[in-house]
Every structure is written in structure tokens, then in C-alpha cells.
Design a protein around this ligand. Structure first.
Ligand code: GLU
Length: 398
């Protein structure tokens, strides 16, 4: 079969495929500890599930408008005003099948062949893949050499070319857990605006920030920032709704209208029942959000401490999201239980096969030598996983 060039070159999502592999092992009865996918282990809060049941019983089972129901777009606009200080009309919101689809459709709207998407690395695995599918060129800016893994204005300046079109910012960051301050974002936005870039700001982890830090929305940094930023968010992480697939983009009207036209051909409107549930999530009681955040904060402390106690593993304290992203370069170049480990991929393979510990290698995030641990899982699993990592390190033969 002669597949298209895009199909031939597309790699599977490292986060999803590793998770599927670990789950298949578990289904065969193997005792795997899974730190792979970024997915809250909590169930969706009851009030949200009940809203879906009511929607189903009331017959909300038909197509909705392609860009989402007006009711949900209005609820999102209200949320953005209240939480983020952003003023958008409901017509400036696109509701998609997850934040992932919103990102992809917006890239389709903004990228022409060869246009560059600037990406501070480490970054989430799907951004470069999506830009490529759109004919764009992902340009990663390596921030792994900086003390806090953050992009600086000088680094951004030096990556600019005539084809630079988009800058992707993701605070809190998947996989590093880094949170940018308002001043840091302002300095980056200044450079981006000076060079006429669009900013794609993925804020899907905004409610998962610890240590009393505050989330700053890029588009809130002034009228020009608002005009040149697309704000992305979704319900998966905040409300433990990964399977419901509701995400959104907020942007100037012309862009959202174009995105809605594309979405009308690609998938039509998102799931009608999930949209009803999303209205309840955004407008109903919010206690569960704080409860989940507290649990994640406790687990973060536990995993960071545990990782740093293992020889050869160094882990920064992430300030947001639910990922620990330890530097494991000292573990490379050695043999463990007869297996040679040269890079993050072979390390993650060896961990899975020897001690049944499933983690995502740093390489697909643009950070070779690192591993990503999603700590959105039970305390006992975290403890067990840390023990297995220590056991593996103890198997070193050279
Ligand atoms: N964003 C989550 C992760 O990084 C979910 C999986 C995905 O869509 O990549 O694990």
C-alpha cells in the first residue's frame, strides 16, 4: 500500500502508545505500575455524571452546532472572564473533541506550508506532530540547559527566522511541571509581538498549580496579547474528564469562525451529552477541583522526594501539572540485568521489561536522558513504583 507522506512519517503518540502497551500487559495479568499517561485517577465528579444522565434522558442526542452549543460556549466565556480576566464573546469560542483537536484545527487555520511553530523543549509530544500534519515546521528551542527548563526571551530571539509564525507556550508545562510567572510570560510575549507571531497558549493544567503560585493567562497581558493569542483549555485534567473529550480554543472571531468551518467538515460538533456535562462542570460546585489538587500536591512531594533518594536520579520540584520529570542521564551508559541502556527509550524499555515499571522516555518530549512519571495515581502505586525503580538501579552490572 502506498500511504501518503504524512501518514508514513507520523509516529504514534508516545504517551498514548506506551500507556496502551502497559495496559495490555496488565490485561494479561502482569503486575505493571503505570506512570505513563497523564490522566487523573479520580472518577468524574458525581454532579457532572448526573448532568450527562439527565441530558441523555432529555433527548440531547442529536448534532449540535459545529463549534459547540451556545450554552457551553457562553459558560466557557464566563469562566474565562471570571478565572482568567479575559473577555471573549461566546462566538469567539470553539468547543472541540478535546484540547488536542482544538490545537490541531487552529494550527490548520494559521500554518501554511513551511511556516514555523516555535516550541520550547521539553514540550508535549503532540505539538510537533500536529504542526507537521498541517505542513508546518516544528522548531524546538532546547531549554533543557537552563536551570529551570524555561524558555528565555534571548533564546526565543535567536530561534526566529522569516518563517516563524507561531509560538507555543504551555504553563504549567507537560512534561516538566514548570510554571511561568507573569513577568516571564510578559517578556516572551513582548518578543513574540515585536515579530508578529501568533501565540498558542495551552493552559490545560491551569488549576493544577501548587505552592500558592498563580496562573497567568497569556492573553490577559494586554490588548495586543489578547489579539494575538489563542487560549486553549479543556475539562480533562481539571474535572477528571479525559474520556469525555471536551476542550476549547478562544481567539479573535475571524479565526474561530474559520476553525468552526473546518471542524464542521472534520468531525461536526463535539458529543452532545458531554457538552451538557461540561456546562455542569464549569457552572456547578467546584469543591472537587480543590480536593484533587490537594491530593496531587501531596503525591508530588512524595514522588519528588522518593526519586531524589535514588542514586543517579535528579528531580526538580514541579510547580504544576501532575508530572515528575527527573533527569536520569547518570543512569545511561550502563547494563542492568543484562540489558544495555544507552538512552531514555532503552531505559524505559528496560524498566518495563525488568521491573514492570511503565514511564514515558524524555526523547519524544525533546529532552533526552529524562523520564516522565505521571503521578496522577494512588499513593500505594507511587510507593510501589519508586521501590521498583530503586530495585532496577540496584541491578546495575558495570
Ligand atoms: N496529555 C496527556 C499526556 O501527556 C494525555 C495523553 C495525550 O493526549 O498525549 O499524557
Amino acid at each position: 500500500m502506498r500511504l501518503s507522506e504524512v501518514a508514513q512519517s507520523a509516529e504514534p503518540s508516545a504517551t498514548l502508545s506506551l500507556n496502551a502497551r502497559a495496559k495490555a500487559m496488565a490485561a494479561r495479568g502482569e503486575d505493571v505500575v503505570m506512570f505513563t499517561v497523564g490522566e487523573p485517577d479520580f472518577d468524574t465528579p458525581e454532579n457532572i455524571k448526573q448532568a450527562a444522565v439527565r441530558a441523555l434522558q432529555a433527548g440531547h442526542t442529536k448534532y449540535t452546532p459545529a463549534a459547540g452549543t451556545m450554552e457551553l460556549r457562553r459558560a466557557i466565556a464566563d469562566k474565562l472572564e471570571k478565572d482568567n480576566g479575559l473577555h471573549y464573546e461566546p462566538e469567539q469560542i470553539l468547543v472541540s473533541n478535546g484540547t488536542k483537536q482544538a490545537l490541531y484545527i487552529v494550527m490548520l487555520c494559521l500554518l501554511n506550508e513551511g511556516d514555523e511553530l516555535l516550541l520550547p523543549a521539553p514540550c508535549w509530544v503532540s505539538y510537533p506532530a500536529q504542526a507537521e500534519v498541517c505542513g508546518g515546521r516544528p522548531v524546538t528551542i532546547d531549554a533543557t540547559g537552563t536551570a529551570d527548563l524555561k524558555l528565555t526571551p534571548a533564546m526565543l530571539e535567536s530561534a526566529l527566522t522569516e518563517r516563524s509564525k507561531l509560538l507555543l507556550l504551555n504553563s504549567p508545562c507537560n512534561p516538566s511541571g514548570v510554571v511561568y510567572t507573569g513577568d516571564e510570560l510578559r517578556a516572551l510575549v513582548e518578543v513574540a509581538l515585536e515579530h508578529d507571531l501568533w501565540i498558542l497558549s495551552d493552559e490545560v493544567y491551569e488549576k493544577l498549580i501548587y505552592d500558592g503560585l498563580e496562573h497567568v493567562s497569556v492573553a490577559s497581558l494586554g490588548p495586543q496579547a489578547l489579539e494575538h493569542t489563542v487560549t486553549f483549555n479543556g475539562l480533562s485534567k481539571t474535572y477528571a474528564m479525559t474520556g469525555w473529550r471536551i476542550g476549547y480554543a478562544a481567539a479573535p472571531r475571524e479565526l474561530i469562525e474559520a476553525a468552526g468551518r473546518l471542524q464542521s467538515h472534520l468531525s461536526s460538533g463535539p458529543n452532545s451529552i458531554a457538552q451538557k456535562a461540561a456546562v455542569e462542570a464549569l457552572t456547578g460546585e467546584q469543591d472537587s477541583v480543590g480536593e484533587m489538587r490537594e491530593a496531587f500536591a501531596r503525591r508530588r512531594d512524595m514522588i519528588v522526594q522518593g526519586l531524589n533518594a535514588i542514586e543517579g536520579v535528579r528531580c526538580r520540584r514541579p510547580q504544576g501539572a501532575f508530572y515528575a520529570f527527573p533527569d536520569c542521564r547518570e543512569l545511561l551508559g550502563h547494563t542492568y540485568a543484562g540489558r544495555r541502556v544507552e538512552d531514555s527509550l532503552s531505559l524505559s524499555e528496560a524498566l518495563l521489561e525488568t521491573v514492570k515499571l511503565a514511564v514515558v522516555p524524555g526523547a519524544p518530549f525533546g529532552a533526552e536522558g529524562y523520564l516522565r512519571f505521571s503521578y496522577a495515581l494512588a499513593d500505594s502505586d507511587i510507593e510501589n513504583g519508586l521501590k521498583r525503580l530503586a530495585e532496577f538501579v540496584g541491578m546495575r552490572e558495570d
